[in-house]
Write a protein that binds this ligand. Structure first.
Ligand code: GLN
Ligand code: ZN
Length: 755
C-alpha cells in the first residue's frame, strides 16, 4: 500500500521561493542563485514527505511560476510572439511568457483560475501553427535527484486532455487538431522518465467536469499511446475537485494502471468507483483534503479505506491527499500566535502527510496509531467548542423570512425615490472604493497593529487620509464620493477581523499566482457581528462633504470564497450567517444617514461549482445571500454592487436577480463588449461599466473615455449609465490617479452636453 500526496506547496514554509523570484526579477540575484534556492526547496519538500512516511515523492509538481506554463514549455508550445528556441527555453523567455516582456512591449500570456480554486494558471494559447517539440524539463533531473536521495520518484504531468481543454484557441484554431502531434511529445516525455519511475502521475482533473464528446474521444485516442510509451512504469490517472460522475466509465476504460479519486469533494462516489474498478487497477484514495486547513476525520476516512479493502486487494490501494497540497498552507508548527485550542483542530501540508501515513499504518496493522486518538480528541473538542455553535446566530438564521430577501418596492419605484433624494446629474461619476494605499498609510496601520501608536493617534491619522481623499474628490468634481478605505489591509480580512467566528494565521500563505501568495482568514465558528464595523469611518467621511458618501462593504459570497471555510456545516449555511452580519451593517449605515451603500461581490462568479448540475443551486443561494444583505433598507437607500471581470453571459440572470440598484463592472479591457450581455439580457437597473484599466499606471485620455462611453450608451440607456474606473485604486499612485480621474470627469461632462 503506497502513501503519497499529489503535490506539495512550492513556496517554502517562509515563502523562500517568493523572495528569491522577486529578487531575481529585480536583478538582485543571479539565475544560478535562483536555481540553487529552488533546488534546496525541492529537496526540503521531498524530505518532509519522506520523513512523514510517503512512499512515492512527486516531482514536477514544483514550479518557478506555474505548472501549466511548465507543461506548455515542456511541449514546446510557445506562442509565436515570444522567441522560440530549440530544446531549451531560457529562463528569461519562461518569465517573459508569464509576465510579459516590458522592453519589447510583448504582453504576458493570460492567466485564469485553476478550476474553482484561487490558484491562477497561465492559459496556453493555441494557433493552427503552434509547434509541438519536446523541450528539456526538470522532470528527469528531479526524478534522478529523488533517486539519489534514496527515495522513489513519482513524476507528475498535466494530462493532454486537461491541457488542451484549458487552452484558448486563436486564429481559427481547433484545439483537437493538435492532439496527435501533442500525444507524440507526451509519449517522448513519458518514455524518457519511465525507466526511473515505478509510477507516473497524470493529472486529468478535467474528468471531474462535463466533457464534450471530442474530449472523451481524445482520452481514448491518447491514453493507449501514453501507456505504450510508459513501458514498465505504471500510469496513475488522477482526478480531483469533484466526482467522476458520468465520466467514470470513460476513466475506467482507459489503459492505465491506477485511478485516483477525490473522496473529499467526491465523497459519495466511492462505492460506485470500487464497483467499476477493473481488477488490474490500483485505486488511489484521496482521503485528506488538499484544499483546506482542517484535520481529517481519520475514523471516517478509515471507514472508507475499509470499504475499499473489502473489494480491492490492499497492494492495489494507495492512500493520498484529495488533490495537490498546493492549496494548503505549509506547516502548522510555524503558527505561534494561533489560539492553541483552534490550532489543534488544524492540519497544514506537513501535518496532512502525517495523516496519510497514519491512515496507511492503520490499514496495514488493523490498529489505530496514536495520531488517531489525538485526532478523535481534537475533533470532539472542535464539535463542542462554545464558539463553534452560537445559538443566537443559529436561531436568527432559522427565523429568516422570505420577505427579508426582498427590497420593499421594485427597482423602478426605488429608482424614482432615489433620483429625488440624490439629485445626481446624468452619467454620475464615482470610484469603486479604495484610493492609493501609500507607504504612509501602510506604516500607520502597521504601527497601530504593533502597538507603537495609540488608537486615538491611529484614528487621527486615518481621518487625515480620509479628509485628503474627500478634498481631492471634491476638487475633481466627482458626484458620489468614497472614503478611500485607508483602514483596510484587505477587503475580506478587514471584515473577518471584526466578526465572530474568524481566526487568522501569521504564516498560512498559499500561492495565488507566480510569486503572489494570499493568507486567507479561517472561518471556524458561527459568524456574527459584535459591533458596528464601518459606520464611524463612513460618518466621518460624510461629515466632510455635501455630496453623497458611499458606504463600502464586502459581500458575503466574496468573504466566503476568499476564506478557508469550516467543513462541519454546508457552505451556504456559513454564507447566510455572514449575510446576516453584513445586513446589520447595511442597516446601521442607513440609520446613520448614509444614502448609498456598495456591497462588493468580486468573487460571485468564481465561486461557481465546476459541474453544470451544481451551478444552479449555488447561484440560488449566492444571490439569496446578497439579497439578504441588501434587503433590510428602505427604497430611498441606493444599493450598489461591484464585480471584477468575469464572463457575465452565463450568470446574467443571477446578476439581475441580485436586484442591486447600481452595479459596477470591469469592462474597459474588453472595450465595453461585456455590456452586450447586459443588453441582450435587458438588464433593468443602473450600470457603471469601468472606463479605464486600473491595473497599469497608464493615464487614459479624455477622448478615449468618451469613445468608450459612446459605445456604452448604444447599449445602455443614458439614464442608467454611471461613469467609474474598472476597480479600486489602491495599487495605484496618486499622480496617475488624479490625472485619470480628471479625464474621466471631463469625459462625463462631454457626454452630458450631448444629452
Ligand atoms: N471596494 C474595493 C476596492 O475598491 C473593491 C475591490 C475589488 O473589487 N477587488 O478596492
Ligand atoms: Zn473589482
Amino acid at each position: 500500500m503506497n502513501a503519497h500526496v499529489l503535490g506539495f506547496p512550492r513556496m517554502g514554509a517562509n515563502r523562500e521561493l517568493k523572495w528569491a523570484l522577486e529578487q531575481f526579477w529585480r536583478g538582485e540575484i543571479t539565475e544560478t542563485e535562483l536555481v540553487t534556492t529552488a533546488a534546496a526547496l525541492k529537496k526540503q519538500q521531498w524530505e518532509i514527505q519522506a520523513k512523514a512516511g510517503m512512499d512515492l515523492l512527486p516531482v514536477g509538481d514544483f514550479s518557478l511560476y506555474d505548472h501549466i506554463l511548465d507543461t506548455l514549455v515542456m511541449l514546446g508550445a510557445v506562442p509565436d510572439r515570444f522567441e522560440r528556441t530549440d530544446a531549451q527555453v531560457p529562463l528569461e523567455t519562461y518569465f517573459h511568457l508569464a509576465r510579459g516582456d516590458a522592453e519589447k512591449g510583448i504582453p504576458a500570456m493570460e492567466m485564469t483560475k485553476w478550476f474553482d480554486s484561487n490558484y491562477h494558471f497561465i492559459v496556453p494559447e493555441l494557433t493552427p501553427d503552434t509547434p509541438f517539440k519536446k523541450n528539456t524539463s526538470a522532470l528527469l533531473d528531479d526524478a534522478l535527484a529523488v533517486k539519489a536521495l534514496g527515495y522513489s520518484p513519482k513524476p507528475v504531468i498535466v494530462g493532454p486532455v486537461t491541457f488542451l481543454m484549458l487552452a484558448k484557441e486563436f486564429g481559427g484554431c481547433n484545439r483537437w487538431d493538435h492532439l496527435e502531434r501533442m500525444t507524440e511529445i507526451y509519449g517522448e516525455i513519458i518514455a524518457e522518465i519511465a525507466p526511473h519511475s515505478a509510477w507516473i502521475q497524470i493529472d486529468e482533473p478535467i474528468l471531474c467536469t462535463d466533457l464534450p464528446e471530442e474530449a472523451k474521444q481524445a482520452f481514448q485516442y491518447a491514453y493507449p499511446k501514453l501507456k505504450a510509451a510508459a513501458n514498465s512504469a505504471r500510469l496513475l490517472l488522477t482526478t480531483y475537485f469533484g466526482d467522476l460522475g458520468d465520466n467514470l466509465e470513460l476513466a475506467t476504460s482507459l489503459p492505465v494502471d491506477g485511478l485516483h479519486v477525490d473522496l473529499v469533494r467526491g465523497q459519495a462516489q466511492l462505492s460506485e468507483v470500487v464497483g467499476a474498478l477493473p481488477s488490474n487497477f490500483t485505486l488511489s484514495l484521496g482521503l485528506v483534503d488538499g484544499r483546506n486547513v482542517w484535520k481529517t476525520d481519520l475514523a471516517a476516512a478509515f471507514t472508507q479505506l475499509n470499504i475499499t479493502r473489502q473489494q480491492v486487494k490492499r497492494n492495489r490501494i494507495m492512500v493520498a491527499s484529495s488533490c495537490s497540497l498546493l492549496h494548503a498552507p505549509v506547516d502548522l508548527a510555524s503558527e505561534t500566535q494561533l489560539a492553541p485550542e483552534l490550532k489543534q483542530w488544524m492540519a497544514f501540508a506537513v501535518q496532512k502527510c502525517d495523516e496519510i501515513a497514519a491512515l496507511k499504518q492503520a490499514a496495514l496493522t488493523g490498529k489505530a496509531p496514536a495520531l488517531f486518538h489525538e485526532n478523535t480528541d481534537a475533533l470532539l473538542a472542535r464539535a463542542t467548542h462554545a464558539d463553534v455553535v452560537d445559538q443566537t446566530t443559529r436561531s436568527r438564521v432559522k427565523s429568516i423570512t422570505p420577505k427579508m430577501y426582498d427590497r420593499t418596492s421594485p427597482f423602478e419605484e426605488r429608482a424614482r425615490q432615489q433620483r429625488k433624494r440624490l439629485n445626481l446629474p446624468l452619467f454620475p461619476t464615482t470610484t469603486i472604493g479604495s484610493f492609493p494605499q501609500t507607504a504612509e498609510i501602510r506604516q500607520a496601520r502597521l504601527q497601530f497593529k504593533k502597538g507603537q501608536i495609540s488608537e486615538a493617534e491611529y484614528i487621527e491619522k486615518m481621518q487625515g487620509h480620509i479628509a485628503d481623499v474627500v478634498d481631492r474628490q471634491e476638487a475633481l468634481g466627482l458626484d458620489v464620493l468614497v472614503h478611500g478605505e485607508p483602514e483596510r489591509n484587505d477587503m475580506v480580512e478587514y471584515f473577518g477581523q471584526q466578526l465572530n467566528g474568524f481566526c487568522f494565521t501569521s504564516n498560512g500563505w498559499v500561492q495565488s499566482y507566480g510569486s503572489r501568495c494570499v493568507k486567507p482568514p479561517i472561518i471556524y465558528g458561527d459568524v456574527s457581528r459584535p459591533e458596528k464595523m464601518t459606520v464611524d469611518w463612513a460618518l466621518y467621511a460624510q461629515s466632510l462633504t455635501d455630496k453623497p458618501m458611499k458606504g463600502m462593504l464586502t459581500g458575503p459570497v466574496t468573504i466566503l470564497c476568499w476564506s478557508f471555510v469550516r467543513n462541519d456545516i454546508p457552505r451556504d449555511a456559513v454564507c447566510r450567517q455572514i449575510a446576516l452580519a453584513i445586513r446589520d451593517e447595511v442597516v446601521d449605515l442607513e440609520e446613520a444617514g448614509i444614502s448609498i451603500i456598495q456591497i462588493d461581490e468580486a468573487a460571485l462568479r468564481e465561486g461557481m461549482p465546476i459541474r453544470k448540475d451544481q451551478q444552479e443551486a449555488y447561484l440560488r443561494w449566492a444571490v439569496d445571500c446578497f439579497r439578504l444583505t441588501a434587503g433590510g433598507v428602505k427604497d430611498i437607500t441606493q444599493i450598489h454592487s461591484h464585480m471584477c471581470y468575469s464572463e457575465f453571459n452565463v450568470i446574467m440572470q443571477s446578476i439581475a436577480e441580485m436586484d442591486a440598484d447600481v452595479i459596477s463592472i470591469e469592462a474597459s479591457r474588453s472595450g465595453m463588449e461585456l455590456l452586450d450581455a447586459f443588453n441582450t439580457y435587458q438588464y433593468p437597473a443602473e450600470i457603471g461599466p469601468g472606463v479605464y484599466d486600473i491595473h497599469s499606471p497608464r493615464v487614459p485620455g479624455k477622448d478615449e473615455i468618451v469613445s468608450l462611453l459612446h459605445k456604452a450608451v448604444k447599449v445602455i440607456p443614458a439614464q442608467r449609465l454611471w461613469v467609474n474606473p474598472d476597480c479600486g485604486l489602491k495599487t495605484r499612485a496618486w499622480p496617475e490617479t488624479m490625472a485619470s480621474l480628471e479625464n474621466m470627469v471631463q469625459a462625463a461632462a462631454t457626454l452630458r452636453k450631448g444629452h
